[in-house]
Design a protein around this ligand. Structure first.
Ligand code: GLY
Ligand code: MN
Ligand code: MN
Length: 446
């Protein structure tokens, strides 16, 4: 285990072996690390490793390349930055190829300086080349330069692969089913994130800025081992809650309004993705409570469908029925209830999907459809982790009670599919009205 991973080196090696076992005979796969991204002039954003590369290597540095060779004997090879005392004084430590081989379990390692010369030799003579063509222009150019060398070297006995296949399909199917070690990290990321939501609730009051609640969230993450958020934290007071990906977080919170926070920690590369909506002043109005409980009932109805063999369509149907019936009873939807349910009439106010896979990425990888029939009919399996996040959004012009105009409510938890049903990983973020109001009443944390 390295300090960056919290997952044993042997598990990364097993992942590479599992992928190699699925690759065609006489093939080579290339999986590049991420590059640093410039923020402005000579400053960079906090580095985020490419998640496919990380999943297979556990290696945390930019610019590296993982090469998997499936031949008579399988091989895992890493190209990485060389040790360089001068660069390391300015920009930070580097593992270097020797320690990378010893500590990360690769069969062979090279420096990046050797890439141009050595990489074509690993591609030479293979029938199939596997990489994410089109995902990264600079890497495409490197690969096609290698192919050109091979294609121009017939006299020297060089041959280029005749087939190029996207490696991501195989990796993403593997990533969809989480191992016990991954689940343990995601459970912890959820505990940290749940406490962060509680902390933000306690800090909420009229006059606080949205970004100040964001600061409470990030503080709780960092003081519990999670350096950063898994995605841009959303703190939307009042009407800002109706903007789904609102991250400006620049306005002041007002008495009587609700505030929606969608925030999750990234822990050892894995994301939590939790949303809570609560009153700025700690007390729901009667109407706010009614609509809040409707969203909560929809979430619970969706949970109750989750087990192996179920799917997002079934969960959606359950949530849509509850929301449509509830909106009808509130007088927001009118007509024939059965027809409204059949028409999924709630979608007028429930304007996004019910949930998504969760893992190393917040919107994690893996197919949603079987045979791409567009019905989201892929059966849930033990080890999948997903979000369930119903919401209702009434813009300022919506044909609803004035008190509900400009109100957005979303409740989002992270769910592990188990052999017998599901486990809600989001256990400690206050959620019922009583839990939220109690948390907001208790003495403020310093
Ligand atoms: N935080 C993004 C989402 O809930 O999908
Ligand atoms: Mn989500
Ligand atoms: Mn979210």
């Amino acid at each position: 285990m390295t300090k960056h991973t919290r997952i044993d080196v042997a598990e990364f090696a097993t992942r590479r072996e599992t992928l190699l076992a699925q690759m065609p005979e006489n093939s080579v796969a290339l999986i590049p690390a991420a590059k640093e991204l410039t923020r402005s002039r000579d400053t960079e954003y906090l580095f985020c490793q490419d998640k496919d590369f990380y999943y297979l290597s556990g290696f945390h540095e930019p610019d590296a390349l993982l090469v998997l060779v499936k031949n008579f004997g399988d091989e895992s090879i890493l190209f990485c930055r060389d040790k360089d005392p001068h660069q390391e004084v300015w920009h930070g430590r580097r593992v270097g190829p020797d320690a990378a081989q010893a500590e990360f379990g690769f069969d062979l390692t090279y420096t990046l300086d050797e890439l141009e010369q050595v990489l074509p030799m690993y591609i030479n003579g293979k029938d199939t080349l596997m990489f994410a063509q089109g995902a990264n222009k600079e890497f495409d150019e490197l690969v096609f330069a290698c192919l050109n060398i091979l294609r121009g070297g017939a006299k020297q006995g060089l041959t280029a692969p005749s087939t190029i296949v996207d490696i991501r399909d195989l990796i993403h199917e593997m990533r969809l089913i989480k191992s016990p070690a991954e689940i343990a990290i995601m459970r912890e990321a959820n505990v940290i994130s749940g406490n962060a939501h509680k902390r933000a609730m306690r800090a909420s009051k009229q006059g606080v800025f949205e970004y100040q609640l964001e600061a409470e969230i990030l503080h709780e993450f960092a003081f519990n081992g999670a350096r950063s958020a898994a995605y841009g934290t959303i703190v939307g007071g009042g009407e800002n809650a109706t903007i789904l990906h609102y991250t400006d977080n620049e306005e002041v919170l007002m008495d009587g309004e609700l505030v929606l926070i969608d925030a999750g920690a990234e822990l050892a590369g894995y994301a939590a993705d939790i949303t809570r909506t609560f009153p700025v002043n700690g007390k729901f109005t009667k109407l706010q409570a009614k609509v809040y409980n409707l969203v909560l009932d929809a979430q619970i109805a969706a949970f109750n469908t989750i087990k192996p063999g179920s799917n997002f369509a079934i969960a959606n149907q359950a949530a849509n029925e509850v929301l449509t019936k509830g909106l009808y009873e509130l007088g927001i939807l009118s007509g024939d209830l059965d027809e409204l349910i059949a028409d999924k009439a709630c979608k007028q106010y429930f304007i996004h999907g019910l949930g998504h896979w969760l893992g190393l990425d917040v919107h994690d990888v893996g197919d949603y459809q079987v045979d791409h029939d567009r019905n989201q009919l892929r059966a849930f399996e033990p080890g999948m982790v997903l979000t369930i996040e119903p919401g209702l959004y009434f813009d300022s012009e919506a044909d609803v009670d004035e008190e509900l105009q400009g109100v957005g409510i979303r409740i989002e938890d992270n769910i592990l599919v188990t052999e017998s049903g599901f486990e809600n990983l989001t256990i400690n973020a206050p959620k019922s009205i009583k839990e939220i109001e109690n948390a907001m009443r208790s003495p403020k944390k310093k």
